[in-house]
Write a protein that binds this ligand. Structure first.
Ligand code: UD1
Length: 334
């Protein structure tokens, strides 16, 4: 299959490209390098022995994108490209809406012009906002994100639903990720955020690298066993495999619009993750408890039955693997 991957040099995109190439798919990457590095292309080549075709373009520039479609005959598209920092999105909502929504609209228009009608979209569990109960299943109320970044995911999901309602020859698969962490076992690719991170694992790594003194755990007075928040951490390689399952499923006899959670189905507390990191890698991360972070959901984990039953997808990696692989990437990174 010939697949366009937007944002293919980013954290989840690059791992997905590796899995696709390993299975013999042809991949073309577009990425504007705003939150990724061109060296990732060399790393992908090192891991897979294949160098995918790459275009450095911004999805906001429709003419550039149109050229990519003109030069390639795609079977399908996986769309990762987008801005994703929650805090920044609150400060710069217009930039987030413009970038994520206009970029997606341009992509969909180019797809329609070229009659490429299969898309896997990178959504997020943040569309559920504060869930009524856990595990969260795909039919739970969505459109509930608590910040502009999350709302761009809600709006794009709605755009895809409306497009499908108007023309059911489209095939859309929406994947709602829980909390991706970990890195490729080679240590060559992983999460490498620009600036000071605010997600948990990148911050743990920063402390382990000695760039920050202590991790602050936001709140230990939640109604959970150890008082810290609970999340569904999923290894990025499992997540990448989920995309392969999704794209192969949609190109067999299973067209239509589908929505799947991608998580492990298991909740792990913030404190458990930090303790596991220290157990697996040596006591590298000092921490202290601080106030709750406004907007944090106390408990969030996925119901995974739908992805398992329909896509045959199940996670293989453990929390220990996630901690080990994250640190392995981080300590080798230049
Ligand atoms: C956040 C976003 C979500 C986005 C996801 C991307 C919100 C409300 N949600 O999810 O929309 O899709 O990032 O990965 O912002 N923590 C600490 N100390 C830290 C950093 C985090 O204790 O220095 C805790 C947080 O309080 C939270 C947990 O770790 O309980 C996970 O935080 P984070 O990695 O930011 O992800 P989410 O908040 O789950």
């Amino acid at each position: 299959m010939k697949i366009l991957v937007t944002g293919g040099l980013g954290f989840i995109g690059s791992h997905t490209v590796v899995e696709l190439l390993n299975l013999g798919h042809e991949v073309v990457i577009v990425d504007n390098l705003v939150n990724s590095k061109i060296e990732v292309l060399d790393k992908i080549e090192k891991i897979t022995k294949i160098r995918p075709k790459f275009y450095q373009i911004n999805l906001l520039n429709k003419e550039d994108l149109r050229k990519v479609f003109g030069e390639n005959n795609f079977d399908s598209v996986i769309h990762f490209a987008g801005l994703k920092a929650v805090g920044e999105s609150i400060e710069k909502p217009l930039e987030y809406y413009d970038n994520n929504l206009t970029g997606t609209l341009n992509l969909l228009k180019c797809m329609r012009e070229s009659e490429v009608k299969k898309l896997v979209f990178s959504s997020s569990a943040c569309v559920y906002g504060f869930p009524k109960s856990n595990p969260i299943d795909e039919s739970a109320p969505c459109n509930k994100a608590t910040n502009p970044y999350g709302m761009t995911k809600c709006f794009i999901e709605q755009i895809l639903k409306d497009m499908y309602a108007s023309d059911n020859s489209w095939d859309f698969t929406i994947l709602r990720y829980f909390n991706p962490v970990g890195a490729h076992s080679s240590g060559l690719i992983g999460e490498d955020p620009n600036g000071i991170p605010n997600n948990l694992m990148p911050y743990i790594l920063r402390v382990a690298e000695g760039k920050s003194e202590k991790l602050k755990i936001f709140g230990n007075d939640y109604e959970t066993e150890d008082g810290t928040c609970i999340r569904d951490f999923i290894h990025v390689v499992d997540l990448a495999r989920g995309h392969v399952k999704a794209i192969e499923h949609m190109t067999s006899e299973n067209g239509g619009l589908h929505i799947y959670n991608l998580g492990t189905g298991k909740g792990t507390s913030v404190l458990e993750l930090v303790n596991t990191f220290n157990n697996v890698n040596g006591d590298l991360v000092k921490f202290e408890f601080g106030d709750r972070r406004p907007g944090d959901v106390p408990v969030n984990f996925a119901k995974t039955d739908k992805a398992r039953e329909e896509l045959g997808f199940a996670c293989e990696k453990t929390i220990e693997d996630m901690c080990k692989d994250s640190w392995n990437f981080s300590k080798h990174k230049k």
